[in-house]
Design a protein around this ligand. Structure first.
Ligand SMILES: C[S@@+](CC[C@H](N)C(=O)[O-])C[C@H]1O[C@@H](n2cnc3c(N)ncnc32)[C@H](O)[C@@H]1O
Length: 252
């Protein structure tokens, strides 16, 4: 894949994430004011996959990578963190901005391709957090983790909670899309529809990564792995559904 091809795929994916997405979040999550009330009542709940790996977040500078509708980011802000979301979809930003305003917290939402984020002068973060559908948007996993390293202060913590490749590659939600575990092929699939109405809001192109590819890329970029966990699938607990990687930024 040459860089022009990669840029085309990023644009295809950005268009899919902007297709009626603001209204989709309102349908799925409710009006920002209603969702803000739920987050204010129990901010730990929406951050439960990330919080156990960060200690107290109060006062920390946290970057929520590809943070979408902003629920995780707003929850962390409610717990006292200074949060920046980096995501490329304006529809996501609009919902997140209204959510933060209704929750009465500050939120810095940077609209950018994450691969360009290290050149935006955002400074260095104490923690990078990301969850559930991040890495398969990237065709060069080594480059992605190098960008993560450039966003980190020395000793910063990266927490990645991600769909497990056994589920994504061998037992995918969309019939007919199973590939062999080691396949490097691009996969076309509908962008997730959070409303449950089964509408096709747009089509994305993905590249799924094996566990070894993810760990190898993180290590090569200068991260030191502190913990690695696998979690059962929500629907079939006999399969791995997700994993959590916790790593410190320790450049050589
Ligand atoms: C499946 S969502 C992530 C899940 C989200 N954290 C949540 O819990 O709902 C994927 C997100 O990645 C964003 N995204 C995909 N590729 C991107 C890129 N190259 N740069 C910035 N954001 C990107 C999309 O806009 C979307 O918000």
């Amino acid at each position: 894949m040459n860089s022009e091809g990669a840029a085309d795929i990023t644009e295809t994916n950005r268009a899919a994430w902007n297709a009626a997405r603001y209204q989709a979040w309102r349908t799925a999550l409710g009006a920002p004011a209603d969702e803000a009330l739920r987050l204010r009542t129990d901010p730990e709940k929406a951050a439960r996959r990330i919080l156990p790996h960060l200690g107290s977040v109060a006062g920390k500078r946290i970057c929520n990578v590809q943070g979408s509708h902003g629920r995780l980011a707003v929850s962390l802000a409610l717990l006292g963190a200074q949060v920046t979301v980096i995501d490329f979809a304006e529809d996501n930003r609009r919902y997140a901005a209204e959510l933060a305003s209704a929750a009465q917290v500050g939120l810095d939402y940077v609209l950018s391709d994450i691969m360009a984020a290290a050149d935006l002068g955002l400074g260095a973060f104490d923690a990078l957090v990301m969850e559930l559908g991040i890495l398969h948007y990237h065709l060069d996993i080594a480059a992605f983790f190098r960008v993560m390293g450039r966003l980190c202060d020395a000793g910063a913590t990266l927490v990645l909670h991600e769909f497990h490749p056994v589920q994504r590659k061998l037992f995918p939600a969309y019939p007919g899309q199973a590939t062999d575990y080691f396949s490097a092929d691009l996969v076309r699939a509908p962008v997730p529809d959070p409303t449950g109405e089964g509408r096709v809001l747009g089509e994305c192109q993905y590249r799924f990564w094996t566990l070894a590819e993810v760990l190898g890329a993180a290590l090569a970029a200068g991260f030191r792995v502190k913990a690695f966990q696998e979690h059962p699938d929500w629907n079939d607990p006999t399969l791995p559904g997700a994993y959590t990687l916790v790593a410190d930024w320790r450049p050589a």
